[in-house]
Design a binder for this molecule. Structure first.
Ligand code: GLY
Length: 374
């Protein structure tokens, strides 16, 4: 494609979109107030798990389409940059401890099988044989199609890929502000000067709803949803599968010997402090799921902000004024949705027919909902 695109936000979503557009021939520039790949993109656990996350409807389809793209996406990044993003394909174990939990994982496993994926139920003994650090379970589901990626490595790889393509990234900008009339965008004002552009993409994650300069009719609500996380130092292969317990407790093994434990989900504004209560909750839940972890060293704690939307669906595609596009609001699934978001938003910018129905993710729905409410 021809033409200039400015992307606000150099997280995984913005970087993957920049790569896709640059590969299609666009001239792309990125504007970032922090460090590329260092907000939710850095904080995430990197799970690629539409079944374990309990997703459904059009969002489940979108997530499955993105999961399907991951092996080729990771391989292409390796080819382009020499960086390995550590895609782990051991699969996910979802333990059940009671009737409700069992019904849930059995249903998700059956749904996955209907879609042609390998998903099967494990007995208590089979589960403990695969993962001896776990507490006894009633049963568990093994989702072999689910995977994880080291999101921090993915951020570095995407940054290297876009830089190789000649994309300029202006980082650490004190502020950015959309320059637009109520009809169309003209560019972006920044602390370092005006950047003209006929196309501007808001990929600012949890900050997307507070981007200044967006005319009222094109604003969409985005709320930060804080996730506190921690990492334990793990002897090789102590935990091999990602363990995804209900109520959002998960253990994600990394190739570098860390075991990521997540996560809280807190609506407390733009607060990224790690709190005593947050760490207590994570450790309590993790040790209930896997008492065999109790002697591991606690090596890192951190928190990040997921971009939440009122209906928990992302905003993908054109906004309400000409030249303004959104790629944000991915809440708990930004890492998973990175490849498909790049593809479908690049298609929308190029005016190509969507290869996946995008109506459920149209930024316009936010306006329609607020019209109904008012
Ligand atoms: N996808 C997991 C989380 O956001 O905590």
């Amino acid at each position: 494609m021809e033409g200039d695109v400015v992307i606000i936000g150099a997280g995984l979503i913005g970087l993957a979109l920049a790569r896709e557009l640059a590969q299609r021939g666009a001239s792309v520039r990125m504007l970032e107030t922090g460090e590329p790949g260092h907000a939710a993109s850095w904080a995430a656990a990197g799970m690629l798990a539409p079944s374990s996350e309990g997703l459904d409807g059009a969002f489940y389809e979108l997530c499955l389409a993105s999961l399907e793209r991951y092996p080729a996406f990771a391989a292409a990044l390796h080819e382009e940059t020499g960086l390995d993003v550590h895609l782990r394909r051991e699969g996910f174990i979802s333990p059940a401890y009671d009737d409700a939990g069992l019904a849930f994982v059995e249903r998700r496993a059956a749904e996955a099988r209907e879609r042609g994926f390998h998903a099967r139920m494990l007995t208590t003994a089979q589960t403990l044989q695969l993962e001896p650090a776990l507490a006894p379970v009633r049963a568990a589901a093994l989702f072999e199609h689910e995977a994880s990626v080291d999101n921090r490595r993915l951020g570095r790889a995407l940054r290297a890929a876009v830089e190789r393509l000649g994309v300029r990234i202006d980082e650490g900008l004190p502020w950015v502000r959309l320059a637009a009339t109520h009809r169309r965008v003209n560019g972006v004002e920044t602390a370092s000067g005006f950047v003209p552009a006929s196309i501007v993409v808001n990929a600012a994650g949890a900050w997307a709803g507070s981007l200044e300069g967006v005319p009222e009719l094109a604003r969409v609500p985005v709320e930060p949803v804080k996730g506190q996380m921690l990492a334990l130092g793990m002897p090789a292969n102590l935990v091999r599968h990602t363990i995804y317990a209900r109520h959002g407790t998960y253990l994600v093994p990394r190739d570098d010997g860390r075991l990521i434990v997540g996560a809280t989900g807190e609506r407390v504004g733009f607060d990224t402090r790690v709190t005593a209560a947050g760490v207590q909750r994570l450790l309590e839940r993790a040790l209930r799921v896997a008492p065999g972890l109790k002697d591991l060293a606690l090596v890192e704690t951190w928190a990040g902000l997921r971009p939440g939307t009122p209906d928990s669906l992302p905003y993908l595609g054109p906004g309400a004024i000409e030249g303004y596009f959104l790629a944000t609001g991915h809440l708990r699934n930004g890492v998973l949705l990175t490849p498909i978001t790049a593809e479908v938003v690049a298609d929308a910018i190029e005016g190509r027919a969507p290869r996946i129905p995008l109506a459920p993710f149209s930024p316009e729905r936010a306006r329609a909902a607020s019209n109904v409410a008012s």
